[in-house]
Write a protein that binds this ligand. Structure first.
Ligand SMILES: [Ca+2]
Length: 445
């Protein structure tokens, strides 16, 4: 996938230190390129997602939850790891099976790089990874981890990041051809089934009531894949843009007995997960400036969200332009807009990859509560209301203040490429990248 940095699709666990009283367990489930409109609980008519429906009905469903970026986010560090350490389309896929028994993956994916590897901790155990087997492997790994922690009465953090809803979609035999939505729906069904298995594993280990399960997605749908991509529902555009469809995500918090079932319209973000989970675990925060908030007041019904503002970064942020848009309360101002190739093919030309960067002065201003689709610019109204002009002034100030405080780190992408660093199951082989190929079981695990 062009233009996207290191990304981790991982399944890992970090055993937390036990203290008195014991902190809760956390299961954080990340979908990939899954849009605001993709789940049955968010209105999709033909998605089949019974486990996520159960979480939505028995947990807290967010309607204003934002990813930190319209493309994928950085990786983390774990005690145990199983997964593909980057996007599974970042390796040739045209001869691989995505749906059994023999439906090849749609498209070609990235060429002239190694086939996607499956890592178990620091070892490549299979290359290329077998997509139809991947879901079951992740589930088994997660089930074993939960059971092991349960037996030892040890609090745990499990991060379960699924590839299924990302191009090229795939599923095992059990889920292939099982939904009216086609390949995307089948892949989503297998993702949903893994959520069901995780919930069952928590039950079986007796930790159901002491575990927060949180589900969300990393960015909006890749509509360039047409019906094989996800859906942002009523929101504008998708992946790669700073319109709502790029960053506003489904989000579900599930903790029977602690998080009351319901729907919240409060503002929240993936940026808030670290401070929230650290607070729940009684863990100290890292000694850095964080742009997240503890969401405990929303989760436990004691108050409103501490987050009042959301800043929208473009896929490739730079210090000269700063953030592209700002949400403050119900209002959103776009200072810059730009299309994205990820967001092509829908009838809305604003989303397209060739739609250039435009600076808006005054900004485009929308009321996201009355107009979540961003159709009606409040500054186009014949009679400008004084409160609208006051909002524009406030938005300008918030953007300027935020941009001024933001310190940009060194670009990882800017460091360049070194093909010798591509993961290879046969490190000494000489005809890279094609020689990096090992069937499952050919390598010690
Ligand atoms: Ca993604």
């Amino acid at each position: 996938m062009p233009g996207v940095g290191l990304r981790a699709w991982l399944l890992g666990g970090l055993a937390l230190l036990a203290a008195a009283p014991p902190p809760p367990n956390v299961v954080l489930i990340f979908a990939d390129d899954l849009g605001f409109g993709d789940l049955a609980s968010y209105g999709h008519p033909t998605s089949v997602t019974p486990a996520l429906d159960k979480m939505a009905a028995g947990g807290l469903r967010f309607t204003s939850f934002y990813s930190s970026s319209p493309v994928c986010s950085p990786s983390r560090e774990f005690d145990h790891y199983l997964g593909v350490p980057y996007s599974h389309d970042q390796g040739p896929c045209q001869n691989l099976t995505c749906f059994p028994p023999n439906t090849p993956c749609f498209g070609t994916c990235d060429q002239d790089v190694v086939l996607a590897p499956l890592f178990w901790n620091l070892s490549v155990v299979e290359q290329p990874v077998s997509f139809p087997d991947l879901g079951a492997r992740y589930v088994t790994f997660a089930e074993d981890f939960i059971a092991s922690c349960g037996r030892r009465n040890q609090p745990f953090f499990l991060y379960y990041a699924s590839h299924h809803s990302h191009y090229p979609q795939f599923a095992s035999q059990e889920y292939t051809g099982q939904t009216p939505r086609g390949p995307f729906g089948d892949a989503l069904l297998e993702l949903d089934s893994s959520v069901g298995h995780l919930l069952q594993a928590l039950q079986d280990s007796g930790v159901y009531d002491s575990t927060l399960v949180f589900f969300t997605s990393d960015n909006g749908p890749e509509t360039m894949r047409m019906s094989r991509g996800g859906s942002s529902g009523l929101l504008k555009c998708g992946k790669g843009t700073t319109y709502e469809g790029g960053v506003r995500e489904p989000a579900l918090a599930y903790w029977p007995g602690r998080v009351a079932p319901g729907v919240t319209h409060e503002l929240a973000s993936t940026l808030d997960l670290l401070p929230t989970l650290a607070a729940l675990a009684g863990a100290p925060l890292p000694n850095v400036t964080l742009d997240g908030f503890d969401l405990s007041p929303i989760l436990f019904g004691s108050g409103t969200s501490p987050r009042k503002t959301m800043f929208y970064y473009p896929p490739a942020p730079n210090s000269q332009l700063g953030v592209f848009a700002v949400r403050y309360g119900k209002y959103k101002a776009h200072f810059y807009t730009q299309g994205a190739f990820h967001s092509g093919t829908t009838p809305d030309h604003d989303c397209y990859g060739l739609t250039p960067l435009v600076f808006h002065d005054p900004p485009l201003l929308y009321d996201l509560e009355s107009d979540p689709a961003e159709n009606y610019n409040l500054l186009d109204e014949a009679q400008l209301r004084p409160e609208v002009l006051a909002v524009v002034k406030e938005m300008r100030l918030r953007k300027a203040t935020f941009d001024q405080q933001m310190k940009f780190g060194e670009s990882e992408m800017g460091r360049g490429k070194d093909p010798s660093l591509e993961p290879c199951c046969s490190p000494q082989c000489t005809s890279r990248p094609s020689c990096c190929r090992c069937p499952s079981g050919s390598h010690p695990t």
